[in-house]
Design a binder for this molecule. Structure first.
Ligand code: PHE
Length: 366
């Protein structure tokens, strides 16, 4: 209030307030305002109630009528002009501030993060076991085989009985079977090998009258094994089946040798050693040149130069009978081996469990 009392002395005489100078100063600070916030302060300073202009306006009453009109007009002009300058500057600052905010929010989608320069984005790839399966399929397709698949859950008939393992057959003990809680106890199971797919294919060929069969059957198998460096309860096998007229054990041995060289490379040998499987007669285990020492003898092959790959043999007449194929007319051979173990040998991996650990450092090596 005390200040109000001073006003007359500031502005009674028009000469005491240099309106032009006030206008110039105000225009200069408006033009120099660095931000919208600063401009709001400047607006209060130059046009607000306590501004020089406002005070001069309030002092108009003290002037004689003529000067009052003249000074009033000048004050009005200056005020109008400053208001326009304020509005223009406000727009300018708002636009600039919007640009800055936009730039700050901008997402550079072409941005290269330094790590991507050191470790370029790499594409994923198939799991090493899947790669092995694909390569095996390619090799066998190249040899004239078709690729077939069958169910992972099977009845006792397909997994055992039709394969010449009637109930209580001792050979069932070779397979630590996982039974499913479906139907009568121990009637439905997770297949312990891919051999039941042989039965499906032969039944189908009989139904469709479409013999011969030349097929490979890859897929998951299940056994109640405790995982260790060489065993997994879920693993992959590939089965082979040929049923035709006049097939001999020589065809079996030749097929395995051709496969061995096609898959493992020239110079790799295969050999057959007597074995027993209920669904083949005669049966054999087949071995190949040790992939680690190439036959020289090493720890992996127990210094024999050979590693076992799988089982094989001539289809047992009892199996043909089970599916309704005349064993007087048709003969055939079958083989089966583990894909995971093959990949293990091929890549010299010490522990089969590495395949399931999903460690990207391990997987990205293949
Ligand atoms: N199914 C047998 C196993 O898993 C392997 C095999 C297949 C043997 C075909 C002979 C013929 O042990």
């Amino acid at each position: 209030m005390e200040r109000e009392a001073e006003i007359p002395s500031v502005a009674t005489d028009k000469d005491e307030v240099d309106i032009d100078a006030v206008a110039r100063d105000a225009a200069a600070s408006i033009a120099a305002a660095p931000s919208s916030d600063a401009l709001t302060h400047i607006e209060t300073e130059v046009l607000g109630k306590r501004s020089v202009l406002a005070k001069a306006h309030r002092a108009l009453g003290k002037l004689d009528p003529e000067s009052r009109r003249e000074v009033g007009r000048q004050l009005h002009e200056v005020r109008t002009s400053l208001e326009q300058q304020l509005a223009a500057r406000r727009n300018e600052l708002a636009a600039a501030e919007r640009m800055i905010a936009l730039a700050a929010d901008r997402l550079d989608l072409t941005e290269v993060i330094p790590d991507q320069v050191r470790f370029p984005l790499s594409r994923g790839h198939l799991h090493p076991v899947t790669q092995a399966r694909d390569e095996l399929e390619d090799v066998f397709v190249g040899m004239g085989f078709e690729v077939a698949e069958g169910p992972e859950a099977e009845s006792d008939w397909y997994n055992f009985e039709a394969l010449n393992m009637p109930p209580a057959h001792p050979a069932r003990g070779m397979y630590d079977t996982m039974y499913l809680d479906i139907g009568q106890p121990e009637t439905v199971l997770l297949r312990t090998h891919t051999s039941p797919v042989q039965i499906h294919l032969m039944e189908e060929a009989v139904r469709n009258d479409s013999l011969p069969i030349h097929a490979v059957m890859p897929g998951k198998c299940f056994r109640l094994d405790t995982p260790d460096a060489r065993h997994l309860p879920v693993f992959n096998q590939i089965e082979g089946l040929v049923v035709d007229r006049g097939i001999t054990f020589g065809d079996l041995a030749g097929t395995i040798q051709v496969f061995t060289e096609a898959y493992f490379g020239p110079g790799m040998q295969s050999r057959l050693r007597p074995a027993y499987f209920p669904f083949t007669e005669p049966s054999a285990e087949f071995e190949i040149t040790c992939t680690i020492c190439r036959g020289e003898g090493c720890r992996t092959c127990s210094h024999t130069g050979w590693v076992e790959l799988g089982g094989c043999g001539m289809v047992d007449p009892a199996v043909f009978t089970a599916v309704g194929i005349d064993f007087q007319v048709w003969s055939g051979f079958a083989f089966g081996f583990g894909i995971d173990r093959l990949a293990l040998m091929r890549h010299e991996i010490p522990d089969i469990r590495s395949f399931l650990e999903n460690d990207i450092r391990f997987l990205s090596e293949f």
